[in-house]
Write a protein that binds this ligand. Structure first.
Ligand code: NDP
Length: 242
């Protein structure tokens, strides 16, 4: 590798994204961790890991363009993108407001355009890129109470497959990791009785760990994974495999 590769992990300051950022740093990449609004958590992460943090809203194309310029100015051209940032705004569809719908589509799906679009030209010009998108088991199978989230998480799989085909001739791979239930704040915020019911449906008998997702991402962004593109890797403790 001519220079140290640079990786941007969106939502890289907490949960799964933080584990990915740490794994990539340990592997020798120069890593930038993006976040949305929780400054205290982000600065604590930066102090603990030495990974620089960059605040911009992944659902806002202008903010992403500006934020990515800052990242590339400090770290160099971005070779590896992990589109990880995501939110939930759950509710039965017959009670769902357009605000909840839009918030989830904006952060989880519009972000595919907003973050990836400013980076794709550079990757194409340099003839190398690795893009990994974090979807969800609930984008694969659907989940009651999550029409917005399931739609967005299914949408990113279609996005990845199409972009993989467009980019294959340019040394760029685009893959999806679809986690099941992982013990992050997002899942720990679910009431305990519902969480116990979820765990009862997982053949491995426990929630997954963020590190178990990070290992897979680390593999997919490696130079040696150049023949893997357009695929979706399911990591869910045996719960569901499409
Ligand atoms: P967390 O809520 O623990 O962390 C989310 C991260 O995303 C934070 O760093 C947060 O920043 C950032 N973020 C949220 N909104 C924005 C935004 N608009 N712009 C920039 N950054 C933003 O989430 P998880 O680690 O649990 O989830 C990570 C990904 O994995 C998500 O896409 C999620 O849908 C997916 N997933 C999670 C599963 C799980 O069981 N936990 C299962 C399947 C998929 P800030 O701290 O500033 O808010």
């Amino acid at each position: 590798m001519a220079r140290e590769r640079v990786a941007l992990v969106t939502g890289g300051t907490r949960g799964i994204g933080a584990a990915i950022a740490k794994h990539l740093k340990e592997k020798g990449y120069k890593v930038a961790a993006n976040y949305g609004g929780r400054d205290e958590a982000a600065h604590a992460f930066e102090a603990e890991t030495g990974i620089p943090v960059f605040k911009f809203d992944v659902g806002d194309p202008a903010a992403c363009e500006a934020g990515i310029k800052v990242v590339e100015g400090e770290l160099g051209p971005i070779d590896i993108l992990v589109n990880n940032a995501g939110i939930t705004r759950d509710g039965a569809f017959h009670k769902m407001t357009f605000e909840k719908w839009q918030a989830v589509i904006k952060t989880n799906l519009d972000s595919m355009f907003a973050v990836t679009r400013p980076l794709i030209d550079g990757m194409r010009a340099r003839g190398f890129g690795r893009i990994v998108i974090i979807s969800s088991i609930n984008g694969q199978k659907g989940q009651a109470g999550q029409t917005n989230y399931s739609a967005a998480k299914a949408g990113v799989i279609g996005f990845a497959k199409a972009l993989a085909q467009e980019s294959a001739g340019k040394g760029i791979t685009v893959n999806v990791v679809a986690p099941g239930y992982i013990a992050t704040e997002m899942v720990m915020a679910v009431p305990e009785d519902i969480r116990s019911r979820i765990i009862a449906t997982i053949p491995v008998g426990r929630l997954g760990e963020a590190d178990e997702i990070a290992c897979a991402v680390e593999f997919l962004v490696g130079d040696e994974a150049g023949f893997i593109t357009g695929s979706t890797l399911t990591i869910n403790g045996g719960q569901y495999c499409p």
